[in-house]
Design a protein. Structure first.
Length: 96
């Protein structure tokens, strides 16, 4: 909702108490150099709405969120919204 502030990377890197007993591990936040409202976040875990909750903790709000990878699996950027990719067990072993 508001531009990414210069304090955000350090806040994400230190981990956060999200309330309700949820404390998330440190995460990496890299601001987008072309868009002050955009950034890339790398998580080591995936709590319920974690990215949105981390930004809310910093007084900001996520208005658009797109997952680009899960572990070593990079998602097809041309996959239509709401569609999915069928992954077989043999495929999963490739990305571990």
């Amino acid at each position: 909702e508001r531009p990414v502030e210069e304090t955000y990377p350090a806040a994400f890197a230190s981990g956060m108490d999200l309330g309700g007993g949820d404390v998330c591990l440190p995460a990496e936040l890299l601001p987008d150099t072309d868009d002050p409202f955009a950034c890339h976040v790398t998580l080591c875990q995936g709590m319920f709405h974690q990215v949105k909750r981390m930004f809310e903790k910093l007084g900001n709000k996520v208005t658009y969120l797109k997952r680009i990878s899960i572990g070593g699996l990079v998602l097809d950027e041309n996959l239509p919204l709401g569609n999915y990719l069928l992954i077989l067990h043999k495929d999963v072993e490739t990305f571990l």
